[in-house]
Design a protein. Structure first.
Lengths: 732, 155
């Protein structure tokens, strides 16, 4: 994925930028807006002169004002990323707290406003946003520097006050001390903020870390266990109205004509408004809006909509896959090797569309006034949303204020331009001066899903008499994600990089490799779904590797070890997962193991699944052993949680999730026909983290890709029949 | 006018009697701890207790809740609830957290009737509550821990 390629380059740059320059700190000062005594003081908020300001504006931001310290010793982290469950409010806060030598208890946090000049994702250039498992990775040095600079200034303030050398002052758990004297941060902040800014704050030796690498509790557990956490759905504003939308029965449909007479007469209805994607009923509350919505009479123009069914779409994909595609990776001569090979293995794979289906249906609160606009929602792409809402409402982007709230899941869905946020703005601007909460029902959410693309893969590979892979020819066909969206500029080359993501960087040693990729245009809306192309491509590669292992008459772990001999981190997770799972040791009757290993977003993950197949061919995934190498483990328990969650969500998709079309119409509507994993199907999961001093990489997505392959390989071991289609269903 | 007893307090509501309890709680009484997920009693995000039994508020018209004792995450405070909440925090069960009100209400109802549930009993009692973040392993662990913490005190 293009994000990833950029991330790797930027991560390298980031890791080398430990030194804080005068200019970059001035950037922070400028951003802090001066002293904020009383409401919170941005450490480092010293005055700057006009000449400095010019240089600030010309410099690329490296870090900004991320922390406020108040006289009551509370330290508030400003979190530039959306916390949608992945734990960044804990992880990012702990990085600053570590370098600041704060106590974990005194740390609080709040979401940052929409302001790309201060809060951009360093891997994404001038864009504020969350995705690509980049939150910790892009913030790592930025926040260490931020915390270290603040600590140095507090220490300098104490040294000046107590007339002692800086070197003799200690800071531990929020207490600054020298001999018998000690102080909390709060009493020194006013003085610290006026002191010279350290140009090169000393970062801790990782051996001295007190919080990073430790199992510290999440910062969001309390609010999320007493009903008090505020999600978009929970915003209450004076005079707020609720909007429900009648959308066309197919994406890309339009309103031809409508009659709102009955709906308008329904109790509690304030307005019925048309906007580019549908008709909205705006009412005093949800139930009034829902009852009125069914009274709308709308005639739709579906001429731009898809007309084919899923089987026709798969056939079209297979037809394309059987022809040459765009070459995205070529090494050696795969075609010639295959033509002369003694043993050729081939397989054709099918992957369905799948939906995000987060439990909080999409929603957004917008209030539009003459020259400004304010939003409240779980905002994942503040810069993009700000621009799109500005375009929709005619308000300047800088006058679009976004209040970011907890998101009840996203998995990629809230990172979508020209979609629900713009719909909400288009509705609210027709009811100016009133806050409008647009709420999607589950049916709206499934119908207007932006699905993980369906895909077809054709692979042929040759195995030598010695049991080595000597050629691999692969054609991946899928609908593009970025094509036709505001992100289309990210596509490098002829094909959307998500089509062959995780294949074009083949980590197995194959001397003759040809990877081709083709986009297939389908009138269905697609989007990144947790781990994007990796979500399906890892299943394809990992199950095919087991087919080749069988052809080579080798154990799947031994076979992989040989092919990964030059990939130290891959071997690290593979060997750890094999060891902890007891790979090779006897299992109870009816139970088999399968393994898969995959890298995504810079993080390596290996998983071993134990699956029991019952006499009636039903099966149960009983245990999953997971090994992860994500560099420095900032918060091991959050990493474990993300692996557990990625495994559960990946298993959910592997077992039962599929969006299907009947003559272009999506057949699923709610959780009864789009079934998610329930508790009884959740296996025991054990997570083992490879100790590492490498720069941290993400964990939100990488736990997901291997699980489908690991389970399918266990079933292959049980039945001898390779699985090439998802979902697997409840029987083999 | 329909009278609802919620978290020990009586509310007189002059609204459409077919209004689901979920929307009476959220839009009329500003009790937003109980969540919308599916609107069809398929996901459990809206779970409340009606006379101690876990009930999906999205599909229960207020006319059917009149006279019953309703408890929600916003006000419930039984020993079982306290043990569940504490265990949820000790194990850091939550991820996005949106479904957790419903999970906690279902777990509390379970422990109010079964002091020492097995894994299989937990799976049955919690089968109506979806978690897209798949925090299920920790949910199971937290229910066991809450049961242990409660000892014989659950009721």
């Amino acid at each position: 994925m293009n994000f990833l390629k950029r991330q790797i380059v930027q991560a390298e740059q980031n890791s080398g930028s430990a030194n804080l320059t005068r200019r970059t700190f001035l950037q922070a000062i400028s951003a802090s807006g001066g002293l904020l005594i009383g409401s919170g003081l941005m450490v480092g908020s010293a005055p700057i002169n006009a000449a400095d300001k010019t240089s600030v504006e010309n410099s690329a931001p490296i870090f900004n004002a991320f922390l406020k310290i108040t006289p009551d010793n509370k330290v508030t982290m400003v979190i530039k990323h959306l916390d949608m469950g992945q734990g960044v409010s804990t992880g990012l806060t702990s990085i600053v707290a570590e370098e600041l030598d704060a106590s974990w208890e005194q740390m609080a946090w709040e979401f940052a406003p929409a302001d790309a000049s201060r809060y951009n994702n360093l891997f994404w250039g001038p864009t504020q946003g969350t995705g690509g498992s980049s939150s910790i990775a892009n913030s790592w040095m930025q926040l260490r520097q931020s915390g270290a600079a603040a600590r140095a200034m507090l220490v300098a303030a104490a040294a000046d006050e107590w007339k002692v050398p800086v070197e003799e002052i200690k800071v531990s758990k929020g207490i600054i001390s020298h001999g018998d004297r000690s102080s909390g941060f709060g009493a020194l902040v006013a003085k610290a903020s006026l002191l010279p800014v350290p140009q090169n704050p000393k970062l801790k030796d990782p051996q001295d870390f007190q919080l990073i690498g430790k199992n510290i509790p999440r910062k969001d557990s309390n609010d999320k266990t007493n009903g008090q956490a505020i999600y978009t759905q929970d915003i209450l504003l004076p005079g707020m109205l609720t909007a429900l939308v009648a959308y066309p029965p197919q994406i890309f449909g339009k309103v031809k004509k409508f009659d709102a007479t009955k709906a308008k007469a329904s109790p509690g209805v304030v307005a019925v408004v048309e906007f580019p994607r549908g008709i909205a009923v705006v009412a005093e509350n949800f139930w009034a809006a829902k009852k009125a919505r069914v009274l709308l009479q709308v005639e739709w123009d579906l001429s731009a909509c898809e007309t084919r069914s899923s089987n026709e779409l798969f056939n079209a994909c297979h037809e394309l896959a059987s022809k040459p595609g765009n070459i995205v990776k070529a090494e050696g001569d795969a075609a010639a090797t295959l033509a002369n090979a003694e043993q050729v293995i081939q397989a054709k794979f099918e992957l369905p569309y799948i939906a995000h289906a987060a439990i909080e249906p999409l929603n957004c609160v917008v209030k539009v006034e003459k020259n400004n606009c304010e939003l409240w929602f779980g905002c994942q792409m503040p810069t993009v949303d700000q621009q799109q809402v500005a375009a929709a409402t005619g308000v300047k982007p800088e006058s679009v204020k976004i209040n970011t709230l907890y998101a009840g899941g996203s998995f990629g869905r809230r990172a979508c331009p020209s979609d629900y946020v713009v719909d909400a703005a288009n509705i609210a601007k027709q009811v100016p001066g009133r806050a409008v909460k647009m709420v999607w029902t589950r049916e709206d959410e499934i119908l207007n899903g932006r699905y993980r693309p369906m895909a077809v893969h054709h692979i042929r590979a040759a195995v030598s008499p010695e049991g080595k892979i000597i050629a691999w020819q692969h054609h991946a066909v899928a609908q593009a994600i970025l094509r036709g969206t505001p992100f289309e500029g990210m596509i490098q080359g002829p094909v959307d990089g998500t089509v062959a993501e995780g294949i074009d960087d083949m980590h197995y040693a194959v001397p003759n490799l040809l990877v081709q990729a083709s986009e297939i245009p389908i009138k269905v809306s697609t989007l990144w779904w947790r781990s994007v192309g990796h979500s399906g491509n890892a299943f394809v590669v990992e199950t095919f590797i087991d087919q080749l292992a069988q052809a080579a008459k080798k154990d799947p772990v031994i076979f992989r070890r040989e092919l990964l001999a030059k990939e130290a981190r891959a071997l690290g997770v593979l060997n750890l997962a094999a060891e902890k799972s007891g790979w090779g040791k006897p299992l109870p009757k009816g139970v088999t193991r399968g393994v898969a290993v995959h890298k995504s977003f810079g993080t390596w993950v290996a998983q071993v699944a134990e699956v029991r197949v019952n006499p009636d061919k039903t099966f149960k995934v009983e245990r999953v052993v997971c090994a992860v190498d994500c560099g420095v483990a900032v918060n091991p328990d959050v990493i474990r949680a993300q692996m557990e969650g990625g495994i559960g969500m990946g298993l959910s998709a592997a077992l039962g999730e599929a969006i299907t079309l009947n003559k272009g119409v999506v057949e699923q509507t709610n959780y009864h026909n789009y079934p998610l994993l329930r508790i009884a199907a959740m296996p025991r999961v054990e997570v083992h983290i490879v100790p590492s001093a490498e720069v941290p990489s993400g964990v939100g997505e990488p736990g997901l890709p291997p699980i489908a392959g690991a389970v399918a390989n266990a079933l292959f071991a049980a039945t001898g029949k390779p699985l090439t289609k998802l979902p697997i269903g409840d029987k083999v | 006018m329909i009278s609802l007893t919620i978290n020990g307090k009586t509310h007189e509501l002059d609204i459409d009697p077919d209004t689901p309890l979920l929307w009476a709680l959220r839009d009329e009484l500003n009790m937003t701890g109980t969540k919308l997920g599916c609107g069809m009693a398929l996901c459990g995000a809206c779970t409340v207790h009606m006379n101690g039994n876990p009930t999906r508020a999205c599909s229960l018209p207020i006319s059917a809740a009149a006279g019953a004792k309703i408890e929600t995450i916003d006000g419930i405070n039984s020993p079982a609830f306290q043990a569940v909440q504490q265990a949820w925090r000790e194990l850091d069960v939550v991820q996005c957290g949106y479904c957790q009100s419903g999970q906690i209400m279902s777990a509390t109802a379970l422990l109010q009737t079964n002091k020492k549930p097995t894994d299989a009993e937990i799976d049955v009692a919690m089968s109506g509550n979806l978690c897209r973040c798949a925090t299920y392993q920790r949910i199971r662990g937290a229910i066991h821990q809450a049961a242990d913490n409660l000892g014989g005190k659950a009721k």
